[in-house]
Design a protein around this ligand. Structure first.
Ligand SMILES: [Zn+2]
Length: 282
């Protein structure tokens, strides 16, 4: 699932390629991905995009009319721009073709059609968008604010980090990297964090996202990001390998749709969590 660094790099790539070009044709390949009926998707014809922005995991393309095309890629969706002459493929969910022959493409690569596209007058009409929490690089993302958020609900720290109501844009992979960076357990209960731990967490959120964005930007160069890249990650995706900090094997908890990776020695006081609910130790 694309997270904030990938979406930010995609946003940059789209900004260079889709602005100020008149839209000549719109082809919906997967009708289920279009979640709104009014304004109709055909109203894009003749319009131009004036801005590409991002809020949490939503990519927002603003039209000259003021309407917004909002895209959430969910688990296996992606965005790209095709140069003139490139053929559509079977993963295409939506093609927005510009008069110059290039196309903005929403792809859905999963078997379940999950990417969501909304065309709305007001962003408030997009489900969950208004409830997205603080952006990690906004001034408002302070240790004090984070500490307040942590006190609002008793939950495991990793669940908190990927819950979009608090910190915007984090997902499974970056949350693992952030928690390793600050040495906190993914299973620690939010209300038990000290302010000092919260300060470390706040710093790590920014440091790890910054590192991810810089890495992706260097890989992509002038191009457009084609897929997720977790190859540079320290701990996520490396269960069983030696922790780069202490040498202990990196542990894994598997859930139905994701895995959590952590170092028991560096993050959970030596405890290796055994079951799926990660509530008991072995
Ligand atoms: Zn370690």
């Amino acid at each position: 699932m694309p997270e904030m660094p990938e979406l930010e790099i995609l946003r940059e790539g789209l900004s260079l390629r889709v602005l100020d070009r008149p839209i000549a044709r719109v082809v919906v390949h997967q009708a289920a991905s279009i979640k709104t009926f009014y304004p109709p998707i055909e109203s894009l014809l003749g319009q131009r995009f004036t801005e590409v922005s991002r809020r949490g995991k939503f990519v927002i393309l603003t039209m000259e009319s003021g309407d917004n095309l909002v895209i959430h890629l969910m688990r296996s969706g992606w965005l790209t721009v095709r140069i003139p002459g490139q053929e559509p493929n079977r993963c295409d969910a939506l093609n927005i073709l510009f008069r110059d022959g290039s196309a903005l493409v929403v792809l859905e690569r999963g078997s379940k059609r999950k990417a969501c596209v909304y065309l709305v007058r007001e962003l408030a009409a997009v489900p969950f968008l208004n409830g997205v929490g603080v952006e990690p690089f906004d001034d408002g993302f302070t240790a004090e604010r984070l500490f307040e958020y942590l006190q609002t609900e008793r939950m495991q720290l990793k669940s908190f980090l990927i819950d979009q109501r608090f910190v915007a844009g984090l997902g499974n992979a970056y949350a693992d990297e952030i928690l390793f960076d600050c040495g906190l357990s993914p299973f620690k209960i939010t209300t038990t964090l000290t302010f000092e731990e919260t300060q470390r967490l706040q710093v790590s959120v920014r440091r790890i996202l910054d590192r991810g964005i810089a890495r992706l930007r260097s890989v992509v160069g002038e191009g457009i990001l084609e897929c997720e890249d977790h190859g540079f990650m320290t701990l996520h995706g490396r269960p069983g390998e030696a922790c780069p900090r202490c040498g202990a094997p990196i542990a894994e908890i598997r859930y139905s749709d994701r895995s959590t990776h952590y170092c028991p020695e560096c993050q959970s006081g030596g405890k290796v969590y055994a079951d799926r609910r990660a509530g008991t130790c072995r």
